[in-house]
Design a protein around this ligand. Structure first.
Ligand code: SAM
Length: 329
């Protein structure tokens, strides 16, 4: 699809029609499985100042926490042995207190005991760190590009550029990571042109996975008064991403579930094929306040949602499908 076609669909094509098209592509290219990824949000410290995010360093009202490396390892091992989930996602703010060696140690310890995939989501770090973590056994890296509009990106991320973000993402890809991009829908000043660019960037990168969710205001940020992104528009972006990127992994984002109680199911019907239950201990996950009233996706919720969508939950690693060059059927 061309950019004008994408913009036309975003504006004029009814959501239901895009969902039907996306669902067909999803069925042909990724099948009926919904892959589980267990996420641990192990630190809410952050050295960045992203205008939309409650973890930004200027937010002095946020109670900060860090999980000790041993606790992270223990938590991951429990998830693996108790629930059999074979992908562990380790996410945090951009927190340099966890240095190269510490993260390498955590990866090695988790992988020593079990055949699982590890996804890191730690923000922008040096090439040497990406390299060390890959060598330690990390398989995937999730770092959303947030918006493909370089001007909007620069406005939202003081002192940072989209080019830097994309360069880091390309480094990760070159190191053999499966790479996750993604964007927010409803950012201030964002246009349909920008969203079409997001969809094309995910296709052309090419991303192995893409997290797409609405912007949701957070009370302690400069964007606290900006309205949340639109549910239908977010679902259209997900559907068009499935249609254009075919075999990319698309999670049901927590932001979508936070925005609307039907957001999760509607995302599965729009081409999503991944759910990421949150295994962060409750006392800490309540402090991971990236936006207001953040929902907690549990394993039970994931099971319910998958059943409602008539699909099958999978605990397999569920690696990238990008090597698949033809539809499954
Ligand atoms: N530090 C890592 C990074 O930058 O990739 C990962 C943590 S960051 C908090 C995870 C994601 O939260 C971001 O990629 C962003 O899209 C999302 N996020 C933060 N604030 C948000 C908001 N107000 N609304 C929706 N999503 C938000």
């Amino acid at each position: 699809m061309t950019k004008p076609e994408l913009m036309f669909h975003l504006q004029h094509t009814p959501l239901k029609k895009l969902q039907q098209m996306a669902d067909k592509v999803r069925q042909n290219w990724v099948g009926n499985k919904v892959y589980l990824r267990a996420i641990i949000e192990f630190s809410n410290y952050c050295c960045r100042s992203c205008l939309y995010c409650g973890l930004r360093k200027e937010n002095k009202r946020l109670k900060r926490y860090r999980l000790a490396p041993d606790s992270i390892i223990q938590l991951a091992q429990n998830i693996i042995s108790k629930y059999g989930i074979k992908t562990i996602v380790l996410q945090s703010g951009d927190d340099f207190a966890y240095d190269t060696e510490t993260i390498s140690f955590i990866i090695q310890k988790i992988k020593q005991k079990a055949d699982v995939a590890i996804t890191l989501s730690l923000g922008e770090r040096d090439f040497t760190e990406f390299e060390a973590w890959r060598r330690a056994g990390a398989d995937r890296y999730l770092m959303k590009h947030e918006t493909a509009n370089p001007h909007l990106y620069a406005r939202l991320h003081p002192g940072k550029t989209l080019n830097q973000r994309l360069k880091a993402l390309k480094q990760l890809q070159a190191l053999g990571y499966e790479v996750g991009l993604g964007c927010m829908v409803g950012l201030p000043g964002q246009t349909l042109d920008d969203l079409a660019e997001d969809i094309l960037l995910i296709r052309d990168f090419p991303a192995d996975m893409a997290g797409i969710g609405p912007f949701i205001p957070q009370e302690e940020t400069p964007l606290s008064q900006h309205p949340a992104g639109d549910l239908s528009l977010t679902l259209k972006v997900i559907a068009l991403t499935r249609i254009t990127s075919q075999n990319v992994h698309l999670p049901v984002t927590t932001a979508l579930v936070t925005l609307d109680q039907n957001g999760g199911l509607e995302a599965l019907l729009a081409g999503a094929n991944v759910i990421m239950p949150d295994f962060t201990p409750l006392t800490y996950s309540q402090q991971y306040k990236i936006y207001n009233n953040k929902a907690k996706i549990t394993l039970e919720f994931a099971q319910d949602l998958t059943r409602q969508a008539g699909r099958k939950l999978s605990k397999e690693k569920g690696g990238s499908l990008k090597c698949t060059t033809l539809p499954k059927d």
